[in-house]
Write a protein that binds this ligand. Sequence first.
Ligand SMILES: Cc1ncc(COP(=O)(O)O)c(C=O)c1O
Length: 405
Amino acid sequence: MTAETRAPFAPLGGKTPEEVFGGLATPCYILDEGQLRRNGEILAGVAERTGCRWLLAQKAFSNYDCYPVLAPFLAGTEASGLFEARLGFEELPGKEVHVFCGAYRAQDFEELLRYAGHIVFNSPAQLARFGPRARAAGKSLGLRINPECSTQEGHEIYDPCASGSRLGTTREQWDKFMTPELVRLLDGLHFHTLCEQDSDALELTLGPVAEKFGDVLPGMKWLNMGGGHHVTRPGYDIPRLERCIRFAREKWGVTVYLEPGEAWALNAGFLASRVMDLTENNGVRNAILDCSAACHMPDVIEMPYQPPVYAGRQGSGIKDQGSGFVYRLGGPSCLSGDVIGDYEFDHELRVGELVLFGDLAIYSTCKNNTFNGMPLPDIYRRKEDGTLERLTAFGYRDFKYRLGR
Ligand SMILES: Cc1ncc(COP(=O)(O)O)c(C=O)c1O
């Protein structure tokens, strides 16, 4: 498998978006099962060589119709709370269900015990509140630690180690609040500190983990190294990841879990849209599409993140507007900032033309919304034989009934 076969538009096999997806009503997402399988195979290779166990973080990708494609490669799912835990339990029968939540709701907890086998708490107080009940129900319990090792400067929104973070228990908090009884409840520790990073950042993080919690870890059965490992990105240093996993296994005698979301579905989805209007203002050529950054790819505004586009070079910037075919792609909503980005195309855009975004299986279908009454794009899956199957049929009802009766 080469880096090229994992490129965002490689699944098109040299055909144009119009040839492959031209028959679909836009906007719509298309999930590519071949690419999901290729990602799964890469992760499974690491598991075979190191003995680690992979979980799918459903917050990133939870289109469960595609779970059977990933099932052979994963040990189970990771959930952010009751609903994702239930989804993993229902849709991947027999697989492990792990859950981490910043704080559990008392009214959810009994039901959560039906689905989750591993429950990770964020603080000693949450462990004290719910741990004994979960332990009595035979669950494997963990505590999320905060190794206080930021490996991403200037991105506090996705840095759980940022100063004052609410996520994870620092060593100082551990020393203050973890009584011997609470420590005895634990089977494992969990840390999640990375976002779209290579294994050098994991290696760096393992230093403070060892320094701050090295005395505790030999008493644990497992260590969950969280998500943010961009393992399936071409160029990711897999041998270094494997050294990190072996280090933890050998030094502390723990089973190593990893729970990425993105790595499972990286470059495995598209958002197909069409150009609805073209305007020009002060030298900026705007293309208004039938999809929206704010509604259909919220990470573009939140993180921020810019998806690749077919036949377009991204991030060209306004300065380039005079040269080439540079367009600012935006949605039809009222929000001035509903902009996906500036892209330079190899041709002049036309109204009606299909614009295909790549890498939109992750943090998109599970995070979209109907702001402005924007319809939710339907979701298709593209099977390995190239056939397209519609998985959803969203409409007015989906907009209306989340607002009232
Ligand atoms: C606790 C936890 N685990 C796993 C993940 C998945 O991370 P990613 O999709 O970047 O691999 C996240 C993402 O925020 C997370 O908060």
